[in-house]
Design a protein around this ligand. Structure first.
Ligand code: AMP
Length: 432
């Protein structure tokens, strides 16, 4: 299948050529026709498989002919991190080049005023993080009543505990008649109920092997003692001579310390974490993407969504607290079909985190000894436990159902069309 067979706008085709996207990736081949038919969609695709293009291409093609309406947008892409919002916007800008499409990017950590000003003329597409999106709506800078399509990218994280309140609130602002697209590399079982709430009879697409592995990434772990981790990291850097590495650590403090240590050893190193301003975080990522930094030490702010082309390696100096973040972290390498390695340094204290990761992967992570670092504190054996089916939190689910129901009652499209029939929400009996 060629882009010509699924994209009809000659300007979009020219932009694709400019970007050197010669043919659609698997997710783009599967998702674009379904989106064009107006279906709701739940797409599970490996990170790095081209999912951004899969939702942006049909959206831009559909929206670019629509007139702008002041303080309104035709589509919104909601993402969990500012970095991902910026990255998606960068791709959108390239795809929209020389079209009438207007894009507004909105995330926190930067002044809200320029975003409010930009929204005055209206937008075809807004790419936003949930908190800032709510702020803009509450300040009457943005009204979603004309919305045609809502995309939740990295939907698992968005629907995850941390974002549930924001999402519940956003549900009440969305018109009932809309297309909803959910994209993610992972869809834990507990979130299936939420998917039913935000989308209507969605079509399902799975691309590549399930969430449990990233095919092009070879990953293993080295058991090491906790106090030896820094020395083990430098030994790994010496041994492998990676052109670039993304190193994940647990805390902001250790991100600074490790980066400082590596700089003293002569590496071009930098750190990104939540204590840095958005501008600093973006500047560090840009330097890393341009190859001006060899080792970027990061907390999980960089685990998801960030696309660094040809990144050869990820090192987990600490395991993530949330098992699924392991998949997202190692997915920073091996993108767009490139090969990558992901190495974890695991101490005895982290055995429960390792077990949770191995349960999420449904297989053991290969263990290798690192010369000179065989630990004194043995890393206990682990065994793959059967994956648990977690029940969603009843109270939270009931609240969200209420929000969605009240939305269904009051949301009319701006043209006053009757709302699209969505499946009835089963009400839970009152709790407490
Ligand atoms: P994503 O999964 O959307 O983050 O995309 C991962 C990488 O694949 C990015 O560097 C994209 O620029 C690239 N990409 C996406 N679609 C295509 C395509 N059809 N042809 C070539 N590269 C692509």
């Amino acid at each position: 299948m060629s882009f010509q067979s699924i994209v009809s706008s000659s300007q979009l085709l020219a932009n694709l050529q400019q970007m050197q996207w010669t043919k659609p990736t698997e997710i783009q081949r599967k998702a674009i026709p379904k989106i064009q038919q107006g279906n709701d969609l739940v797409a599970r695709a490996q990170t790095g498989s081209g999912k951004t293009g899969a939702f942006l291409l049909p959206l831009i093609e559909r929206l670019m002919t629509l007139p702008l309406q002041s303080n309104r947008t035709h589509a919104v892409v909601i993402v969990p991190t500012r970095e991902l919002a910026q990255q998606i916007s960068d791709v959108a800008q390239q795809l929209m080049a020389a079209t009438p499409c207007v894009l507004v990017t909105a995330y926190g950590g930067v002044k809200i005023n320029p975003q409010m000003m930009a929204l005055r003329q209206g937008a075809h597409l807004v790419v936003a993080t949930p908190g800032r999106l709510i702020d803009l709506i509450e300040k009457n800078a943005l009204n979603l009543s004309a919305l045609k399509c809502c995309v939740l990218d990295e939907a698992d994280k968005l629907l995850d505990l941390g974002f549930q309140p924001e999402l519940q609130q956003l549900l009440t602002y969305l018109p009932t008649k809309r297309q909803t697209l959910l994209f993610s590399a992972t869809f834990p079982e507990a979130l299936q109920q939420w998917i039913k709430l935000v989308s209507a009879n969605p079509q399902q697409i799975v691309v590549g092997v399930a969430e449990r592995s990233v095919k092009t990434v070879q990953h293993w772990l080295h058991p090491v003692d906790k106090k030896e981790k820094l020395a083990a990291l430098t030994a790994l850097l010496e041994q492998h001579q990676f052109s670039q590495v993304l190193v994940f650590v647990k805390t902001k403090k250790s991100a600074n310390q490790v980066s400082q240590h590596l700089t003293e050893l002569g590496y071009l190193s930098d750190s990104v974490h939540g204590d840095k301003s958005q501008a600093q975080r973006q500047a560090s990522l840009d330097r890393f993407k341009m190859g001006e930094c060899q080792v970027l030490v990061a907390t999980d702010v960089a685990a998801r969504g960030i696309d660094i082309s040809q990144l050869p390696a990820v090192i987990n100096m600490d395991l993530p607290k949330v098992a699924h973040d392991y998949i997202h972290r190692i997915g920073r390498t091996g993108r767009a079909g490139e090969k990558g390695v992901a190495i974890s340094l695991v101490c005895a204290d982290e055995i429960e985190l390792l077990r949770a990761i191995e349960t999420a992967l449904q297989r053991l992570v290969e263990r290798r000894w690192l010369d000179g670092f065989v630990p004194n504190h043995n890393l206990p054996e682990s065994a793959v436990r059967p994956a648990k089916k977690k029940k969603p939190h009843k109270k939270k689910l009931a609240r969200a159902q209420q929000a969605a129901n009240s939305n269904a009652k009051r949301a009319q499209t701006p043209e006053g069309e009757p709302a699209q029939k969505r499946p009835p929400l089963r009400r839970k009996p009152p709790i407490g």
